[in-house]
Design a protein. Structure first.
Length: 368
């Protein structure tokens, strides 16, 4: 009988031959909510997770679609609540301290470092130098002992190459359309490889432009496809006008943004799922926005006359209300459905595992 392969010897040999090699799986164990339960669910398959550390996430959309609100506002605020230090790279010169304070972001030096950068090369050098220092100090420590850091780049689309600057100074306005997509791809691809096994993540915003293809009407993300391939999560956002007042009544006046979010890529859930989240100017985005429609699409909330009805599979309790109370999460109704939905999914997964184990056992017994 052949001797079993000596994995330990090979592992020792390969880690010695390739400096900095990461061995094993790098599944994320730290997640940051987007501030919206439905968007979290579509991204991570969990109502309370959102975007992970150790990966690169991209929010792409037209101007005013709510990218910066979610990235530099919601995500940064909720990351800080988890004790995660934030490095905020502003390439648009648009993130004012007053605006961040209005979104409850803590701008203290021990919570956030804001860097104003316009060059792709500078961002790449900053991330690379940071990761070198991080690895030198914490590589030998257990993952739980390493500090958690989130880089937020707002935005990739406004970053320049040296050729862009040189041409501008010469009065040439053609721009560097050839090198920029390659530079962005290189930035994201190298960042992904550096972050993997550490408590460091990156969230970027980017711009989109209208598709000219009648057979593919989805907006296109600027910067080429290369960096999209390297990213773990890509969300495309479209700006719609919110013509609903604080009481939920339709009006001709614009009260905010209705952001249509489509998950173009995710490694943790089913891609190409969509949700429309409301971002009123006065109150900001509710974490429950879009959740009523999500449960309707899943068949959990069903129309009953002018109302929506939910029958608990666990208790048989019937909850019946008009749409407005559902949207407002009256009496915690949406929380109840979220909890029972998670329980149903967990039970279904457990049944599948039991069936597989039973089938495997029967097959082994028959072979014997």
């Amino acid at each position: 009988m052949a001797r079993p392969f000596d994995v330990s010897k090979f592992r020792k040999s390969i880690t010695k031959a390739v400096p900095g090699l990461s061995v094993g799986f790098n599944d994320p164990d730290t997640w940051i909510s987007t501030g919206n339960y439905t968007l979290n669910k579509l991204i991570s398959d969990d109502f309370h997770k959102g975007i992970p550390l150790g990966k690169v996430t991209v929010l792409a959309g037209e101007s005013g679609a709510g990218k910066s609100y979610i990235a530099a506002g919601n995500v940064v605020k909720l990351a800080q609540e988890q004790g995660i230090f934030v490095v905020l790279i502003d390439s648009e010169n648009a993130l004012d301290e007053k605006w961040l304070h209005a979104l409850d972001v803590d701008t203290a030096e021990d919570k956030l470092l804001k860097l104003n950068m316009s060059m792709i090369d500078d961002v790449a050098r900053t991330v690379s130098d940071f990761m070198k220092d991080y690895k030198a100090e914490y590589a030998e420590k257990e993952k739980e002992e390493r500090p958690k850091v989130l880089f937020v780049v707002d935005s990739l689309g406004m970053l320049l190459t040296p050729t862009d600057v040189d041409q501008f100074q010469k009065g040439d306005m053609k721009g560097d359309m050839g090198r920029k997509p390659k530079a962005l791809t290189s930035l994201v691809r190298n960042t992904v490889n550096m972050l993997g096994q550490y408590n460091v993540g990156m969230l970027c915003t980017n711009h989109t432009y209208a598709s000219q293809d009648m057979f593919d009407p989805d907006d296109k993300i600027s910067g080429g496809q290369g960096f999209i391939y390297a990213s773990s999560i890509v969300i495309a956002m479209r700006k719609l006008k919110l013509k609903v007042d604080a009481d939920g009544n339709k009006t001709s006046q614009v009260f905010g943004i209705r952001a249509a979010c489509k998950v173009m890529k995710t490694r943790y859930s089913k891609p190409f799922e969509s949700v429309q989240v409301e971002i009123p100017y006065e109150t900001g985005m509710s974490p429950y926005s879009g959740l009523t429609e999500f449960f309707e699409a899943k068949g959990l909330l069903k129309k009953s006359g002018n109302s929506l009805e939910y029958i608990s599979p666990e208790t048989g309790e019937v909850i019946k209300m008009f749409r407005k109370p559902w949207n407002a999460n009256k009496d915690g109704a949406l929380d109840i459905i979220m909890s029972e939905y998670d329980n149903d999914v967990a039970d279904a997964e457990e049944e599948i595992i039991d069936d597989i184990e039973e089938t495997t056992t029967e097959a082994v017994n028959e072979s014997e």
